[in-house]
Write a protein that binds this ligand. Structure first.
Ligand code: C2E
Ligand code: CA
Ligand code: CA
Ligand code: CA
Length: 275
C-alpha cells in the first residue's frame, strides 16, 4: 500500500544521498583533474600473428586519483561523457598517443578509443586532423576504436564521419564486437577496417561449447568483408593456439603484456621485436 511504499522510500533515502554525494565529489575531482592534466596514457601491445611481432599499441587512459589511487576508465569515462568532459579529455588522449607513436619504429601504429559522445561531436574529424598535423604522425599509423553504440545513435552522420576519417588515412576498428545486438548489419553498412573480438568470447574459448564456433565465424565474416580481426583479452597459451588455428590476424592481452606506462614502452618493443 501507500504507507509501505513511503516507508521503503524513506529506507533507501540515506543510501541514495550517499551515492549522490560520492558522485558529486567524483565529478568535481574529474573537472579538477582535467584542468591539472592528472591523467596518464598507458599502452598495451597488439601482436600480429602474421609477422609474430608487435604491430602497435592500444592507448588506455588512466586516472591516478590523489586519494583513491588508480580509478578504472570503466568508472570515470561514463561520468566524463555525461559532463561533456570526454571531448577535451578524448582530444588530450589523441594528442598524447599520436605524439608518443612518433617515437616508435615506423611500422608500429597506435589505436585510440573514441567514445560515442566524441563521435557525434562535430569536432572529431578536426581534432584528428590537428593531432596528426601537430605531431607529424602519418594517418596510416593511427587507428580509432569505436563501439556499436555510436552507430545506433546516428547512422547517417556516422557514415560521413567514418569516410572523412578514412580520407585522412586513418583506420577504424569496431571495438567489443559481439556484445551489442545489431553487429552483423552494421558491419556490412559501415566501412570498418577491423573487428575487435570482445574478450568475453576469448575468455570462453576452450571452455564453453560453441564459443570456438562463434570466434571462427567472426574471423571468417571479417575476412569475407575485407576486415582484419583482433582478439582481445588473450591470457593463456591455449587461447592463443586456438586463435592462431582459426586464422585470427592480431591478438592482445596479458599473455603478452599488461598496459604499461610510457616509460616502459621501449622495453616492451625490445622484448618482442628485438633491437
Ligand atoms: P577496451 O577498449 O575494450 O579496452 C580493453 C580493456 O581490457 C582494458 O581495460 C585493458 O586493460 C583490458 N585488458 C587487456 N588485456 C586484458 C587481459 O588479458 N585480460 C583482462 N581481463 N583484461 C585485459 P581498461 O584499460 O581498464 O579500459 C576499460 C575500458 O575503458 C576500455 O575497454 C575502453 O572502453 C575504455 N577506455 C579506456 N581508455 C579510453 C580512452 O582513452 N577513451 C575512451 N573513450 N575510452 C577509454
Ligand atoms: Ca578498445
Ligand atoms: Ca574492447
Ligand atoms: Ca570493453
Amino acid at each position: 500500500g501507500k504507507a509501505e511504499a513511503r516507508g521503503s522510500f524513506r529506507f533507501f533515502e540515506p543510501e541514495m544521498d550517499a551515492r549522490l554525494q560520492a558522485r558529486r565529489v567524483l565529478e568535481r575531482d574529474l573537472r579538477d583533474a582535467l584542468s591539472r592534466e592528472a591523467f596518464e596514457v598507458y599502452y598495451q601491445p597488439i601482436y600480429s600473428l602474421d609477422t609474430d611481432r608487435i604491430c602497435g599499441f592500444e592507448a588506455l587512459l588512466r586516472w591516478n586519483h590523489p586519494q583513491r589511487g588508480f580509478i578504472s576508465p570503466a568508472e570515470f569515462i561514463p561520468i566524463a561523457e555525461e559532463l561533456g568532459l570526454i571531448v577535451p579529455l578524448g582530444e588530450w588522449v589523441l594528442r598524447q598517443a599520436c605524439e608518443e607513436a612518433t617515437r616508435w619504429p615506423d611500422g608500429l601504429k597506435v589505436a585510440v578509443n573514441v567514445s560515442a559522445v566524441q563521435f557525434t561531436s562535430a569536432s572529431l574529424v578536426t581534432a584528428v586532423r590537428e593531432a596528426l598535423r601537430w605531431t607529424g604522425l602519418p594517418g596510416r599509423r593511427l587507428e580509432l576504436e569505436i563501439t556499436e553504440s555510436v552507430l545506433v545513435a546516428n547512422p547517417g552522420a556516422t557514415t560521413a564521419i567514418l569516410h572523412s576519417l578514412k580520407a585522412l588515412g586513418v583506420r577504424v576498428a569496431m571495438d567489443d564486437f559481439g556484445t551489442g545486438y545489431s553487429s552483423l548489419s552494421y558491419l556490412r553498412s559501415f566501412p570498418f577496417d577491423k573487428i575487435k573480438i570482445d574478450q568475453s568470447f576469448v575468455r570462453d574459448l576452450c571452455i564453453k561449447d560453441g564459443t570456438d564456433f562463434i570466434v571462427r565465424a567472426v574471423i571468417g565474416l571479417g575476412a569475407s568483408l575485407g576486415m582484419t580481426t583482433t582478439a582481445e583479452g588473450v591470457e593463456t597459451e591455449a587461447q592463443l593456439a586456438q586463435l592462431r588455428a582459426e586464422g585470427c590476424d592480431e591478438v592482445q592481452g596479458y599473455l603478452f603484456s599488461r598496459p604499461v606506462p610510457v616509460s616502459e614502452v621501449a622495453a616492451v618493443i625490445l622484448r618482442w621485436n628485438g633491437a
